[in-house]
Design a protein around this ligand. Sequence first.
Ligand code: C5P
Length: 240
Amino acid sequence: MSRLQPVYFALDFETGEEALSFLDLNQLNGIPVKVGMELFYKEGPTILSNLHERGHPIFLDLKLHDIPETVRRSMRNLAGLNVDVVNIHAQGGSEMIRAAKKGLQEGAVGKPPLLLAVTMLTSTDQSIMQEEMLLAHPLSNIVKHYSELAEQSGADGVVCSVEEAAVIKSTTSLLTLTPGIRLVGGETHDQKRVATPEQANQEGSDSIVVGRAIRDADHPRVIYETIKEAFTYGQTTIDS
Ligand code: C5P
């Protein structure tokens, strides 16, 4: 049932023109891409049509989190946009997750997109949770709990950090998609729970998302291939 690709390149660019010319310039045509809020809010569904025409599998990362009825109706619209994967925040609760699933089924022409639930953002750590969100449980327990909730409510998978992937794989039948990926020695930026593509493979992630490590590289195509190989085989032979 999986339409989840092993590696998604996060198209975190200001405009569609910038994103498409980056893909052309670096011979990244047809690779699986993630379109997030920055690009979608600027370009709308047009960027999805452009990418679709160029053969890119698409993960539309809008992380919906609202009342169940709004999420159901929004997902009904997103289901018609020819994307493979969409997501919501698990923190929206079971009713909202079920509503998301229902909306996708109502709006899909063929097979509905896969529904992933974001557990806890990889830019959040235990101290942010405790001091700012007043969540006293250990982060790993919360992620496990949200994953179980997501599975029971009909999600196909979760977005989590590599640190949590193995536990989720052993306790649920969910797909796991993991952002926060960095090559050894790479800048972590705003991400708190980072891991290498090799670690993602070893922990049983089904899919990884990589943005800045590719976008800001001197040789993006080489880095993309290096990451893809490291994730697929758990090691790399390509010099980066
Ligand atoms: O540049 P970097 O590789 O950190 O980009 C990660 C991408 O994954 C960003 O587009 C971000 O929005 C997304 N993401 C994330 N954490 C999540 C879900 C999505 O970092 N839990």
